[in-house]
Design a protein around this ligand. Sequence first.
Ligand code: DP6
Length: 367
Amino acid sequence: MTEQDFIPKAYPKRLNNGNVTWSSPSNIALVKYWGKKEHQIPENPSISFTLNHCKTLTTLSYTKKEHSDSFSFDVFLNGEQKDDFKPKIETFFKRVEDYLPFLKDYHFKIETSNTFPHSSGIASSASGMSALALCLVSIEIELRDVSLSTVEKSFFNKKASFLARLGSGSACRSIEGDLIVWGTHKEIEGSSDLFGVKYPYEVHANFKNYQDTILLVDKGEKQVSSTIGHNLMHHHPFASRRFEQAHENMSKLINIFKNGDVDAFVKIVESEALTLHAMMMTSMPYFILMKPNTLEIINEIWAYRNETNSKVCFTLDAGANVHVLYPENEKDTVIEFIKTNLVAYCQNGHYISDQIGFGAQQLVSEN
Ligand code: DP6
């Protein structure tokens, strides 16, 4: 598919007003997306677990306007007007306008809330942008006056992911569950730079219901915006080798997912997390986004793995928080370990227990 496939024909139906609601999850990358080209095209393929509890709930209300000359919208977070969110949404609308030509015909009210605290340091852009994209594609389905057949549903998901990507790259991996690939990889059929797809091959039972406990080490605002971070890969001395490595790691994961080799999985996941941070430490300007407690937690996890047969491991986002990943059959023991050994390193003792989930859901309003 190409970008052209997402440009719609004239809409047969007229809509005056209405609303749609979607709940969309966050995701955690195993092979990281870090580095992008123009138009939100990733430099390398990435793969992520879709989360189950960390979600954004968005209701999009639309009212037909008299003039279609500019974008018109208001944004609310937990019922409070948030004008500081508007520039990011305005940029998103500009990027997707060709694919959603109705955008200037309506005034939109965007009401959003997260299941996790906004200031938790958990990026809400993946769940937030995917929820908004899903709402917009739902409105488009109404305008096109089609029902969701299997073919339409598949196109719906692709278009939602395609649009979400234009809002925030990683958001394109938040439409479906439970393992999503974004970025073309020669061994993964159907993979695309334009949208995320469900991982198409066999996944061993060891990886079902994988657990993710997010340790909130630093709840502050991001030190480096992701856009600046991605841009630092442009003249990075190790960039091209890093992009190749991501391809290699994706190839290795295909066998690992098939055979259920959790030890090999742990190696790739932790190496990817540290590589992401290594890229930041070796860019110009350079950043250290880990905090002392991030390292304390990593060392505790390694010590625990050495002492026990545990398969627990960690991964990181572009920040100090730690995602602790472990198989479902270790749920009770690892939670115990987290409570006794790791919670002390979290800001105010805060952590969020999550697990792999099945993707976004539309909520139907009662009126
Ligand atoms: C470190 O998706 O936030 O979480 O496309 O600029 O919005 P933009 O970037 P974003 O980058 C996330 C990077 C990451 C790794 C990942 O999720 O793959």
